[in-house]
Design a protein around this ligand. Sequence first.
Ligand SMILES: NC(=O)c1ccc[n+]([C@@H]2O[C@H](COP(=O)([O-])OP(=O)(O)OC[C@H]3O[C@@H](n4cnc5c(N)ncnc54)[C@H](O)[C@@H]3O)[C@@H](O)[C@H]2O)c1
Length: 420
Amino acid sequence: MDQKENYCIKDMGLAKTGELNIEYAEKDMQALLKIRQGFEKEKPLKGIRIGIALHITKETAALVRTLRAGGADIAICSCNPLSTQDDVAAALAAQGFRVYGYKGETTDDYYRFLKKVIEFRPQITIDDGCDLVSEIHKSHPELIPEIIGGCEETTTGVIRLRAMEKDNALKYPMVAVNDNLTKHLVDNYYGTGQSTIDGILRASNILLAGKTVVVAGYGDCGKGIALRASGMGAKVIVTEINPFRAMKAALDGFRVMPMEDAAALGHVFITATGNINVITLSHMQNMKSGAIVANSGHFDVEIDLKSLKQSADSERKIRPFLDEYILSGKSVYVAGEGRLVNLAAAEGHPSAVMSLSFCGQALAAEFLVKNKGKLPKKVITLPEEIDEKISVIQLEAMGIRIDSLTEQQKKYLSSWEEGT
Ligand SMILES: NC(=O)c1ccc[n+]([C@@H]2O[C@H](COP(=O)([O-])OP(=O)(O)OC[C@H]3O[C@@H](n4cnc5c(N)ncnc54)[C@H](O)[C@@H]3O)[C@@H](O)[C@H]2O)c1
């Protein structure tokens, strides 16, 4: 491990590879680069300390460089022990960022690195999963008066923040970036859809065509995963607890049933619920030998790995990010140790997807500074115009033009008198 006061990373020797990867990612992040150009001129984040707990990937590096272009000073750690791209962390350290994280870090190091970011006394926090906000509220409330606000990237983080708000525990404004249409309708759906399949294939290299893939949860992520799995020829079964979402899955053409019934039918199981123990030991005992279980939800609690480890006769690593457990004489394979499989076993979402999510983060940070002291200590969403601005920039980057309303159409849409 290479460490100095300003960084703790795997190997500084990887910096050159990381720089190439960041350069490559930025080529596909035109919308974010457009925002960076504006930031370079206007410096909306001048002198602001931003503390970040995000997956340390090449795309996050593009965000971090955008925030710096806006004048911010930055410290970053990972939001997941398995998701850091070590070459990217090295490149960021070489570029003078405070960066703390390595792939496969221990739980102790995970919290030590969060603490490093907290010691930086951030005025804005950017989180993916709410661990940074939660640590500040629980253990460092003395920092809160200096904090302008924070931004949250994912569904699970927003759910935790809403629970804090309900308990009157939330002490500074939090922008739910996840709730931008340009975030969850693109990142969770197209991003998780593609990258989850990518992670499972890199870990296992199985043929998906003809297999039965069970997707637990038919939210934005689950819908994307089901769509991509079926696009590759898999037969998809969906499990849900929400009747509307279950109905939607059925109308989209998938079989819907309880996990108890699906367990014996599936070859591959993917959880994307944000919930705990969605796949239990008894489900795994009922699976076919050779079944693969994977998770794409935020925390590694969706598959009951603890009970699996306790009950398995043996356990061995078959190949990177694929572990085999022998349970009642049958094999159960766990991909990516039950952590976000797209980040553990692959590289997370494609850069083009993260460009949109991170436009949201960059503009949310600017919004917080512009509205310093005026926002409620609640979970807030960005004004619609900002979300729309991101779509417009992205369409421009894609070279797509669209129609605009004529005066007659505007009048028609705003009147109630005209009917049949
Ligand atoms: N892998 C990634 O890169 C990535 C990207 C975005 C979000 N996420 C995470 O993925 C998870 C899902 O996100 P989302 O935006 O789809 O959330 P969502 O709330 O839109 O969907 C979750 C769905 O799971 C269902 N569900 C809950 N408990 C269940 C159970 N026991 N069995 C079956 N279904 C159940 C809910 O009814 C809901 O429809 C979250 O943890 C989120 O943070 C991961």
